[in-house]
Design a protein around this ligand. Structure first.
Ligand SMILES: Cc1cc2nc3c(=O)[nH]c(=O)nc-3n(C[C@H](O)[C@H](O)[C@H](O)COP(=O)(O)OP(=O)(O)OC[C@H]3O[C@@H](n4cnc5c(N)ncnc54)[C@H](O)[C@@H]3O)c2cc1C
Length: 382
């Protein structure tokens, strides 16, 4: 291909990583008039963005991220409108449960912190909580209540974004692992793994949206920022009679529970399995499955009758200060990074929007999270 042809084919932006962060960024860039491609080493949204618990929550979001999560929650509820296809986003209230005095204190503290950022969370009595959710354990002492909560079916996320991206004219390259980026004054050359059998992509701008693999992607550009990997375990039960109608969590943070319309109950809360960035999720830890299930059946005793249908693992990214990394790649012109948001499925659509606004030269609706603050943090194994 001649140099001229190559440049004629260049993109205004190539987004590397087709999870919720990358897809949302690409969509908003395209809607802003840019010529965009999204490249993923697998299918869209088949890592964290397709295997997560789907909770759309303010209770479990870090307090400072509540304003982001509230905007994104509304976007998920309106997904049919802006994606053209939904993810079964369901609006139900959320309850954070306290069974011990220490958890009561936590419920109060967490509600106060989130209220300060605009979350409509109030602390309610166990009697009121059982009116809302009759199946709760009789040992409940207090609960945090939030009207704005709910859940989606995360496995539908890739299908919905593929539809929206294609409709918006974004080129979607799946099963195309990126191996390296060469950056220069003229832009970026994105080199795909030889196995993909594709020519390099040329782009004026590059957006790194690789979930836990952002660390490797930044290293392609010579930037060292550590990204911690959490190996979250999830459990789904067989279909059972309706036993709950809200999204439940416990104040200590080790439980999240919801029942889908088909009767299955998803049990999570961040219990860890084994694995790493290189191998992915390798093995569940049986003692953590037992702990998770026991806590679930304690919170909602009717769950004791449910059998487990399936368990799986997913990789979640976290920065050294547990806040997102969304902004310019330090020292590399026209390179951007987005990811590592706590409860990132909830906030993903809005995070992608503010990333795109920044790239398009607009004032983001809310501030970004400067990656430069994370430079100099010790790298794993260093
Ligand atoms: C088990 C689990 C449960 C969770 N539950 C919830 C929840 O209930 N609610 C909530 O709000 N959040 C939840 N989260 C967090 C949420 O899922 C993530 O924050 C969010 O999905 C991250 O999106 P992302 O786009 O940054 O990353 P990802 O979805 O991981 O996307 C990164 C993409 O980069 C691609 N990629 C990697 N390397 C390359 C390469 N070399 N070339 C090309 N592509 C590459 C990957 O294939 C992947 O598709 C959970 C996470 C997990 C793992």
């Amino acid at each position: 291909m001649s140099e001229a042809t190559r440049h004629a084919a260049a993109y205004d932006a190539v987004v590397i990583g087709g999870g919720v962060m990358g897809c949302a960024t690409a969509l908003h860039l395209a809607e802003g008039g840019m010529r965009v491609a999204v490249v993923d080493r697998g299918p869209l949204c088949r890592e964290a963005s397709g295997v997560n618990a789907g909770t759309l929550t303010l209770h479990m979001t870090r307090a400072a991220l509540v304003p982001y999560a509230m905007r994104a929650w509304q976007m998920w509820m309106d997904a049919e409108r802006w994606l053209g296809m939904g993810v079964l986003a369901t609006h139900v209230p959320g309850l954070t449960l306290a069974f011990t005095e220490a958890e009561c204190e936590l419920v109060e503290l967490r509600a106060k912190a989130r209220r300060a950022y605009g979350a409509p969370i109030e602390v309610i009595t166990p009697e009121r909580a059982r009116e809302i959710e009759p199946g709760l354990h009789s040992g409940l002492l207090k609960a945090g209540y939030c009207e704005i909560d709910g859940f989606a079916s995360a496995y539908l996320t890739g299908r919905a974004f593929r539809h929206a991206l294609t409709h918006a004219g974004v080129e979607v390259l799946e099963n195309a692992p990126v191996a390296a980026i060469d950056s220069g004054d003229a832009g970026h050359v994105i080199r795909l793994d030889a196995a993909a059998g594709r020519a390099p992509l040329h782009a004026k701008r590059v957006v790194l949206a690789g979930g836990v693999w952002i660390q490797n992607m930044l290293a392609w550009l010579g930037v060292q920022i550590p990204i911690k990997v959490l190996i979250n375990q999830l459990i789904i039960t067989e279909r059972i009679r309706p036993v709950m109608r809200t999204v439940l969590s416990v104040a200590s943070g080790l439980l999240s529970l919801k029942q889908f319309a088909n009767g299955t109950v998803l049990i999570g809360g961040g219990w860890q399995g084994d694995g790493d960035r290189e191998r992915g999720g390798v093995e569940a830890r049986p003692q953590n499955l037992v702990g998770n299930v026991r806590l679930a059946a304690y919170a909602v005793p009717a769950l004791a009758e449910a059998r487990i249908a399936r368990i799986w693992l997913g990789l979640e990214a976290e920065t050294a200060d547990a806040m997102p990394i969304i902004g310019d790649v330090p020292g590399v012109p026209q390179a951007y990074v987005i990811g590592s948001a706590h409860s990132g499925y909830t906030s993903g659509p809005f995070m992608g929007r503010i990333m795109a606004q920044h790239i398009l030269g607009q004032e983001p609706d809310l501030p970004l999270f400067d990656p430069a603050r994370l430079l100099g943090m010790p790298m794993p194994g260093a």
